[in-house]
Ligand binder design. Structure first.
Ligand code: NAP
Length: 471
């Protein structure tokens, strides 16, 4: 049998997860000179694009324009899309091993970190990722019962996800209504009683993880004042040195300017707070009603930054009925794929999957994106990450390091398996039909797109979905 990667015997690769990192992995294979390759791209949803569809905020349409690149990748005849196919249910790791020379996992981080404080499990306490999925019409979050019938909400953490959540809560729903936000979210936001939104950072403004553009957008919301306490902008020596970072400096300058404006006269208020940690969510009738904060002191962490420690001084934010923890995503273990519990991601060594964290390499299996390196970086960061893993894969191929096993790489092998399991596969052409319908429905509603919010609705809109791979 000839070596995979030749004209007689193309290299057959499975990419699991059709988000940015998955598409960039496919793209990197297509661009590898002299390599004859076929790539099957799987996603558990009928819709591709991962967080570019289900994570990027609806009022950030420019960021979503990146999907045009993914469409070009998917239209390459060497690529097939198998949407609505879930790893572990419709196809297993062993099924993949029997059909592909190499497997790349690109399924991101589907869970989140907890704060670990009393009251965290009360009604009204959520992960920010739940809220993001809900307003972005992700089918998994469609039915979450967010109750916006309270005076105030608090978002814990000061990364870009936290800012997105604050902005959606504080923004005029009529501005959002024109985007591709879920219809159920606009409806709920129109009835929202929330007038105050707290953005809570445990460290100082120089350590904020948000981008300057994101904090500036909070200051630009027409109906809301951005309120910053000048005393929370006073810097320790280490933080002063941190201003040499241009992003930190821009954030700091913007916050300083905002702090001079005072409370303002607008009906809605965003309080950007620093050096505070929620230590308890206080409940009434089983539901969050207030947040107890401890004020923090910052001390050098010995690594060039600062760490926080409670000062023993406390403050309570009354009237807070909703709390969103936005303290980072976390991977979840997938059956058959080694997981590094401590790091919260797939166990790997520079993209090569390892049997355990720090253990031996599992040949022919790889990982890209957040599942590889954890939940950090912008969409574009994933391109370099996927390019690096694909280079490793091609090197392993050339050096004869693939797993020694027989694989059935016939074109029909995977479609036949999925048909036998009764999987309702959605092809890329069928996704494009869903896409067209969403845009048409959006036009009727005066918005960019009206997303389907349930998989069953998507499948119904397609009529009887094919169980084959070809578009
Ligand atoms: P992130 O950038 O890692 O921010 C997490 C925040 O949570 C940090 O402020 C962190 O503070 C804080 N935190 C962690 N543990 C905490 C705790 N126990 N108590 C209080 N605060 C805690 O994560 P993210 O916001 O989820 O974003 C993930 C990635 O997606 C980032 O790379 C982000 O830039 C990207 N993203 C980009 C955009 C955009 O470009 N528009 C939008 C959304 C997301 P410490 O620093 O003190 O740990």
């Amino acid at each position: 049998m000839s070596t995979p990667g030749t004209a007689e015997r193309p290299l057959c690769v499975a990419v699991i997860g059709a988000g940015p990192s998955g598409f960039y992995a496919v793209e990197a294979f297509l661009k590898t000179a002299g390599l004859n390759v076929r790539v099957d791209l799987f996603d558990r949803l009928p819709t591709p694009y991962g967080l570019a569809r289900g994570g990027v905020a609806p009022d950030h349409q420019k960021i979503k324009a990146v999907t045009a690149v993914y469409d070009r990748v998917a239209s390459d005849p060497r690529v097939r899309f198998f949407g609505n196919v879930k790893l572990g249910k419709d196809i297993t790791v062993d099924d993949l091993r029997a059909r592909y020379d190499q497997i790349v996992y690109a399924f991101g981080c589907e869970s989140d970190r907890k704060m670990g404080i009393p009251g965290e499990d009360l009604k009204g306490s959520y992960s920010a990722t739940d809220f993001v999925g809900w307003y972005n019409a992700h089918p998994d979050y469609r039915d979450l019962p967010f109750d916006l019938n309270c005076e105030a909400a608090a978002v814990v953490g000061i990364g870009n996800v936290a800012i997105d959540v604050v902005r959606i809560l504080a923004q005029d729903p009529e501005v959002l209504a024109k985007t591709d936000i879920a219809a159920h979210a606009v409806e709920a936001l129109r009835k929202s009683k929330i007038k105050r939104v707290y953005l809570l950072g445990r460290r100082g403004p120089v350590q904020a993880a948000f981008s300057p553009k994101e904090i500036e957008e909070l200051g630009e919301i027409e109906r809301a004042d951005l309120i910053v306490k000048p005393e929370e902008l006073v810097l320790d020596e280490v933080s002063k040195a941190g201003l040499s970072n241009s992003e930190a400096k821009k954030n700091y300058d913007y916050l300083t300017e905002a702090s001079h404006k005072g409370a303002g006269a607008k009906a809605h208020k965003i309080f950007s707070r620093f050096c505070v940690s929620p230590v308890e969510l206080i409940g009434k009738d089983g539901k969050v009603s207030a947040v107890k904060l401890e004020l923090n002191n910052l001390t050098p962490d010995g690594k060039g930054s600062v760490k926080c420690a409670g000062s023993g001084k406390f403050e309570t934010l009354e009237g807070v009925g909703l709390v969103f923890r936005s303290v980072g995503y976390r991977g979840i273990p997938v059956p058959g794929v080694p997981f590094d519990e401590k790091a919260g991601r797939v166990a790997n060594d520079n993209g090569r999957i390892t049997a355990t964290a720090g253990g031996p390499v599992v040949p022919s299996e790889y990982v890209v994106g957040w599942a590889k390196r954890g939940p950090s970086g912008l969409i574009g960061t994933n391109r370099a990450c996927s390019v690096a893993t694909v280079a490793t894969m091609v090197a392993d191929l050339k050096e004869g390091k693939l797993a020694q096993r027989s694989v059935d790489v016939s074109m029909e092998s995977t479609p036949r398996l999925l048909a036998s399991k009764g999987a309702k596969v959605v092809t890329f052409a069928q996704w494009k039909s869903i896409d067209k319908l969403e845009v048409e429905n959006g036009k009727k509603a005066g918005k960019i797109r009206e997303k389907f919010t349930r998989v069953s609705e998507m499948l119904a809109a397609l009529g009887a979905p094919a169980v084959g791979p070809k578009a």
